[in-house]
Design a protein around this ligand. Sequence first.
Ligand code: CO
Length: 150
Amino acid sequence: MTTFRSETAGTLGRLNHVGIATPSIARSVATYRTLLGATAIGEPFDVPAQGVRVCFVDAPNTQIELIEPLDDASPIAGFLRRNPAGGQHHVCFEVPDVHAAVADLKAKGATVLGEPRTGAPGTPTVFVDPRDMGGLLVELMEAPVGHAPA
Ligand code: CO
């Protein structure tokens, strides 16, 4: 079977992670540990360019990205003003090539938020406007090298 570039550009890959906004990573980590029995919990780290501190919790088939604002100007701070307890913020799917996916989305009339940039996972990511995705904020992430697309 021949696969054309234009068909692979936006190919939906693995669910890489679910982004969860929280007012306190420490409290959320405790919750995932005690209520759900999570054991594989990374060290929190700052992503100053995005105004957030993040922490990844491993589930067997995906990750939870806990996101805490670094300051009041953070987009996550705005989310928490609307949802003080925190909650689901975005889902992140892997794609083979983020820049190709962006071109593909734009060609189909969708809006991407900003330019691809290297986010917390260390590979280029971009967000799709929730208005094009039924209200869901979708992050697309270039599949990490060595990750076989599922
Ligand atoms: Co994310």
